[in-house]
Design a protein around this ligand. Structure first.
Ligand code: PHE
Length: 363
């Protein structure tokens, strides 16, 4: 046998294969079985003169690769044809995800405040005791600190890290030995003095949305949650500006009928201080539905968070002269604010963080 004859026979096998391929009926054994077309061709190699066998061997390898590849590619199609699948049936829709409900709420809250000129910022979630407590008029060992169930963390080596380096901090606050302990931020109020330092002087209109951490866990508390903190400082800022801002937020977030209410309270970093309530969307602040006590709120209002006029000591800690400037601040939880929305019936905020797609899909 000559190499030309061998090539000729190889061509016959390949033509046959091409024809089978268009017919869509490739049977593996037809080519690679004991009497398969390829097996037969491969046997011929012995009849070639020895110097031609290398050339023929290469060709065989190439053909084998091509055949196996094509058979593999057509295999599922063949199986499908055999089981006569109904191709006219509608396909499976790929699942499309969406942003987590709390991320959606954070985005909405940012937009609402950005529309009235607030600047969205974020500050460290692991911060010095100084920013979380002391600069907010809470000296070490002050009992007010107990209201925040604080996580303390072991101090890492902060050398060279400008944001956390005690030396940098004492440069800015010469009376301090260093920033004190490191804590997980218990509230977003740590952003108050940081924002005063960032801008140097008023006007300040900050909205700080970040994660907070407290040692508590039940249906209305998770150890990690989010807060948003507003801070406005300028000449002539009064409680009226605070009340106007709260009302604006209530209407933007809960709808045109929503109202806000402030009640006297106490925080170390504001004077006077208030608790902030929003009207219940079921009874609109009346506490009654058709002569019956409203089942959702019982009083007409839902308490959401705290607010007040920035304490002069806090302004001083941020390098702002309290004789020239005044300001207001407010802050509370994103999760709580969100669950009070009309139509949501979420009885346990832990649902937001247990990663059950069935729950999250609904938003
Ligand atoms: N930081 C307070 C809290 O977490 C809320 C607050 C913010 C109060 C700003 C007054 C001013 O409870």
């Amino acid at each position: 046998m000559t190499i030309d004859q061998f090539n000729q026979q190889a061509k016959v096998v390949l033509n046959q294969f091409a024809a089978d391929l268009t017919g869509g009926q490739i049977d593996q054994t037809r080519y690679f079985g004991k009497k398969g077309l390829f097996t037969q061709l491969a046997k011929q190699i012995q009849q070639l003169p020895s110097e031609k066998r290398g050339q023929a061997g290469k060709l065989l390898n190439q053909i084998k690769r091509d055949l196996t590849k094509n058979i593999a590619a057509t295999a599922p199609l063949n199986q499908a044809t055999q089981q006569s699948i109904d191709f006219s049936l509608p396909g499976n829709k790929p699942k499309v995800g969406h942003l987590h409900p709390i991320t959606q709420a954070i985005n909405q809250i940012s937009r609402i405040f950005e529309r009235i000129g607030f600047i969205r910022v974020r500050y460290p979630e692991v911060d010095w005791d100084w920013y979380v407590f002391e600069s907010l008029n809470m000296p070490p060992n002050h009992p007010a600190r107990d209201e925040w169930e604080t996580f303390f963390i072991d101090r890492p080596d902060t050398t060279g890290n400008v944001a956390y380096d005690p030396k940098q901090l004492t440069k800015r606050h010469p009376k301090m030995i260093d920033g004190g302990k490191l804590v997980l931020t218990t509230h977003t109020s740590n952003g108050q003095v940081r924002e005063m330092e960032r801008l140097g002087k008023p006007p300040i209109r900050m909205i700080n949305i970040a994660r907070c951490y407290r040692r508590q866990q039940d249906a209305t508390h998770t150890q990690m949650f989010h807060q948003f903190e507003g801070l406005v400082i300028d000449k002539g800022i009064t409680i009226q500006h605070l009340k106007g801002t709260l009302d604006y937020f209530a209407k933007e977030f809960y709808g045109p009928k929503a109202k806000s209410r402030i009640r006297p309270f106490h925080f170390r970093f504001t004077e006077p201080s208030f608790e902030v309530d929003f009207s219940c969307h079921i009874c609109h602040g009346t506490g009654f539905v058709n002569g019956q006590k409203c089942k959702l709120c019982k009083s007409g209002w839902h308490e959401v968070g705290g607010a007040g006029m920035v304490h002069p000591n806090v302004l001083k800690a941020g390098g702002i002269d309290p004789d020239q400037y005044t300001g207001f601040a407010f802050g509370w939880g994103v999760e709580r604010t969100y669950t009070l929305r009309e139509g949501l019936n979420i009885d346990d905020i832990r649902h937001f963080y247990n990663n059950k797609v069935k729950f999250l899909e609904q938003f």
